[in-house]
Design a protein around this ligand. Structure first.
Ligand SMILES: NC(=O)c1ccc[n+]([C@@H]2O[C@H](COP(=O)([O-])OP(=O)(O)OC[C@H]3O[C@@H](n4cnc5c(N)ncnc54)[C@H](O)[C@@H]3O)[C@@H](O)[C@H]2O)c1
Length: 459
């Protein structure tokens, strides 16, 4: 029998966890301070946009309850997960006010509960937060001791927006930070019943788990940035091709091929802020912070580098077209998105921009320099230089030979080598690929610059 759990916070992650757990046969009580979210989940509807969320909630409605009342949820469950926002504060750390309020309400409810209950923080926080900031709230409001009376864990999920339900149920491993073995064992046993893939558990102290969570994202972004650094370097070496280099690099088992594609940088709600937070933590504690700072600085510099590359191609008074504004294909999220940053970098240079994204209909407050197109072909029609900013298959599927034939002055800048098989030889000179050097023999200056390193007198 899977124990009934409660989930406080019915957002992108929390509501998806409710649906995922119920789909595995577990009973779940969802809680939120937002009545509309509670109403939606109680009615088997998605409170937020996420792949399969609506259908999974509807199909498993019999095992799902939702309430505004934390007391009821805690009373009727054995484990409570807290998945509320922890937005970045002015220092770059994660603010935990919402988590503190949730812990107060849970602690107050636990005052009246006789049986052992485990509270699990799932929201992203920095090391020390769970033990030094949230544990005392739980003890004060419940009048009980964390350890003998109440279990406490920090256990984040490793999910990507757009595949939250699938990722939650099929993790590479479950990460469990625990105050003691009893709490950790309870959560590990619960995950073993609910997860679909028998993933191994990594159990450790609260602080180690808090650090491990943020390290995963920081490491992945470092890898992305390394590939992007190689892409920029390849552009200066005749005949170089970042895909050839990263393919070889990724074949090394110590490295692996995932997240090793040179292109535009990372973005979205998690990756950028986790690096900033890790750098803040390291600086504050007197440890080296250069790693995450450098990753971040390189990432932030990419839109300006791309603008420098395309500006010479834009005729006076001309227009740049941007295809892809969200931080990845099939997303509507523009937070820290490179396509959107590219639009802003172009506008800051005084360039006019026409943009399209299948799921982003507007970029507010950009002024008259930006116009939004209704279809990708309209961008091509209106622009002198088109940048493919996200690797969206819909952009590859356009009839590029016809579009290029109809506009003899059009240049295409492809950040992801998405169109490499779609451009006719007759238009090759107007096709610019990020991450590739000039064709050997086509750029004497680039060849001379490289040769000079090894042939100039004195070497
Ligand atoms: N979305 C992701 O991809 C992702 C990935 C990993 C980690 N996280 C972390 O998970 C946490 C939640 O992220 P999200 O994207 O689901 O947030 P979200 O903003 O989509 O949802 C948060 C929900 O919590 C509710 N809430 C706020 N305060 C509350 C309280 N005191 N009691 C009850 N409900 C409350 C809000 O009304 C909202 O419905 C954050 O710490 C985030 O960093 C998110």
């Amino acid at each position: 029998m899977i124990p009934r759990v409660s989930i406080v916070g019915l957002g992108k992650l929390g509501a998806s966890m409710v649906a995922a757990i119920a789909s595995r046969g577990g009973e779940v009580i969802g809680v939120d301070v937002n009545a509309a979210s509670v109403e939606a989940v109680a009615a088997g509807r998605a409170p937020v946009q996420e792949t399969d969320l609506d259908a999974t909630l509807a199909a498993n409605r019999a095992r799902i309850r939702a309430t505004l009342d934390v007391g009821e949820a805690v009373r009727d469950s054995a484990i409570t997960f807290v998945i509320v926002p922890t937005p970045s504060d002015a220092r770059g750390a994660f603010a935990f006010d919402a988590a503190a309020r949730a812990f107060e309400a849970i602690g107050t409810a636990l005052r009246k509960k006789e049986t052992y209950h485990v509270v699990v923080l799932t929201s992203t926080v920095l090391p020390g937060t769970t033990r030094t900031a949230l544990l005392p709230i739980l003890e004060r409001t419940s009048g009980k001791r964390v350890g003998p009376d109440i279990g406490l864990c920090y256990s984040p999920e490793f999910i990507a927006l757009g595949s939250v339900i699938r990722d939650f149920l099929n993790p590479d491993f479950t990460l469990i930070g625990e105050v003691d073995a009893r709490a950790g064992e309870t959560l590990e046993a619960y995950y073993a019943q609910v997860m679909a893939n028998h993933a191994p558990s990594r159990r450790m102290s609260l602080e180690n788990a808090e650090l491990a969570k943020i390290s995963v994202n920081s490491y992945v972004t470092m890898k992305i940035t390394f590939a992007n650094m190689l892409a920029a370097l390849c552009e200066a070496i005749p005949g170089a091709d970042v895909d050839v280099v990263t393919h070889a690099l990724g074949s090394d088992k110590r490295i692996g091929a995932k997240y090793l594609t040179g292109g535009l940088g990372y973005g979205g709600p998690c990756f950028p802020r986790d690096n900033v937070a890790l750098a803040f933590l390291a600086r504050s504690l007197g440890a080296p912070s250069l790693g995450p700072e450098a990753t971040d600085a390189v990432n932030d510099s990419i839109p300006a580098r791309v603008v420098a590359r395309i500006a010479p191609l834009v005729p006076a008074g001309g227009t740049v077209g941007v295809l892809g504004l969200a931080y990845k294909p099939a997303s509507h999220v523009i937070e820290e998105a490179q396509g959107t940053a590219l639009v802003d970098a172009c506008l800051a240079q005084g360039l006019r921009v026409v943009a399209f994204d299948p799921l982003v209909s507007a970029l507010p407050n950009r002024g008259a320099g930006l116009s939004m197109a209704q279809a990708p072909a309209d961008v091509v029609q209106a622009a002198d230089v088109v940048v493919v900013a996200t690797p969206d298959a819909a952009f590859a599927a356009l009839d590029w030979p016809a579009l290029l034939a109809a506009k003899p002055g059009l240049h295409v800048v492809d950040a992801w080598r998405l169109l490499r098989d779609r451009i006719p030889a007759s238009a090759a000179a107007r096709y610019h690929v990020l991450g590739r050097g000039p064709v050997p023999g086509s750029d004497p200056r680039a060849e001379a610059r490289l040769a000079e390193l090894w042939t100039a007198p004195g070497h």
